[in-house]
Design a protein around this ligand. Sequence first.
Ligand SMILES: [Zn+2]
Length: 297
Amino acid sequence: MAWFKKTRKPIEPQTDKSSRVPEGLWIKCPSCGQVIYNKELTINLQVCPKCAHHFRMNAADRLAMLFDDGQWTEHDADLRSTDPLSFTDTKPYRARLKASIASTGRNDAVVSASGLLDGMPAVVAAMEYGFIGGSMGVVVGEKITRAIEMGIAQRAPVIVVCCSGGARMMEGTLSLMQMAKISAALGRLDRAGLPYLSIMTDPTTGGVTASFAMLGDLHIAEPKALIGFAGPRVIEQTIRQKLPDGFQRAEFLLEKGMIDYIVDRREMKAAVAHSLRIMMGLPPSARPVASAPPADA
Ligand SMILES: [Zn+2]
């Protein structure tokens, strides 16, 4: 009866491959199926040239995209987590940190930098999803706080590019405290009369959404980015209601007034520069503002 039996393929675990920056020479777009040459994708800022699907982008490429000529000065690059709780889940937190440091070449999940953006001094902190899901622990909190304080000291606007699964549970309450610490620093930036822009990319969730992501003078999101606090399944089970289509996507949040506008990544630098000029009371840019692909493209 062996011929009668239907052999089933084992169900693959749900992995979020769709928006991760893939490796290899050719990449198939998860949205339209187009096969794209990797280099072409890099030059196009990790956006599918056919359907404009936004692949995930690392922190360094984000900074290269925003700062003039892809030049910036990194700050506090050597701050590292000390694993204050000696935490272990399926594996020790120390081992997770070590693996993430090795794979990303970063000491934690945010890169903070200063430089010129369309000729204006600016401070940008870009989150690195490849480092434990871009989660916010003590180091991320401290680096973003210092970036905001640098903005105040230099009279420069502050931009945070959010890309995070939320607070880093391996640091317990200490990670949650960062929400209040960053929010307080943003209050000081506000009192200093300087703008803060929050750029929400896929995904912006948990404690990051519950603090600095949603405290911007302007909220800019990338198309179709997942932005929310708790995941949809948790909400459905709690309120016992079916959630509407497109729930927690950037377009849905725009409709509900949670964000100010959605910008294609290829237009992001121009949109940020234009907004900053208005907010800082500066004249419009004399030349067209274009986002640069990373230098190694
Ligand atoms: Zn596509």
